[in-house]
Design a protein around this ligand. Sequence first.
Ligand code: ATP
Length: 218
Amino acid sequence: MKAILGGTFNPPHKGHIFAALKAADEIGITHVHLMPCKLAPHKSVGVSETHRVKMIELCAQTNERLIPELIELSLPSPSYTVKTLRALKEKSADTICFFIGADSLYNLDKWYEWEHLLDYCHLVVMRRDDEIFSPPPAVQTWLDCHVTREKRVIHEKPAGHVLLIDTPLYSVSSTEIRDVLSGIAKPAKADVLNRSSINGWLEEDVLKYINEHQLYKS
Ligand code: ATP
């Protein structure tokens, strides 16, 4: 079984890592693969693919449970999760647990061939905010057919289920971190980058890398 967290990781933060490892613990998986997607040039906010990969590698170097998975970067642009999952399945028949934050379900019906995602994987949904969970009707109807809270199901079946996991709430996003780094965010938010604070949301090596390369400066 292979656990994958796909994302932009622009930059990767501890919200990604804590939530994914907690979800992995809940379903009894040791490793989580961090899989960066390709970004359209207008969305790269000044940070190259090379930098995003390097920051993911730094996270993996400090935590042996994390593994970079770079397949999506070798596929044609733009990234489509369903095509990536298909490509992963061509490489290996392993069951895939694709981790996503609950916020992703709010626009899942805009994803390319979204109704085919479960042909290739189980979706493992991590908590993202305190809101009552209410995705759009098309997604809700689809969820009603596939959702489970039974963890054993994803070990018994090769694909086709959506597992909701009540991971703790890690209130941080890459946008918030970029805003602090570029000076857009209010000073109170600067706390998210305070390394000595328990609220420090960036891995120390990632923050060092960002500073060294002057990333996200406006
Ligand atoms: P941005 O703010 O740039 O949109 P992001 O912080 O949401 O970025 P992504 O790299 O886009 O990070 O997220 C990849 C996946 O990780 C998504 O499924 C997202 O919902 C999930 N995720 C990101 N941050 C958290 C978090 N703090 N807790 C749980 N899941 C998260």
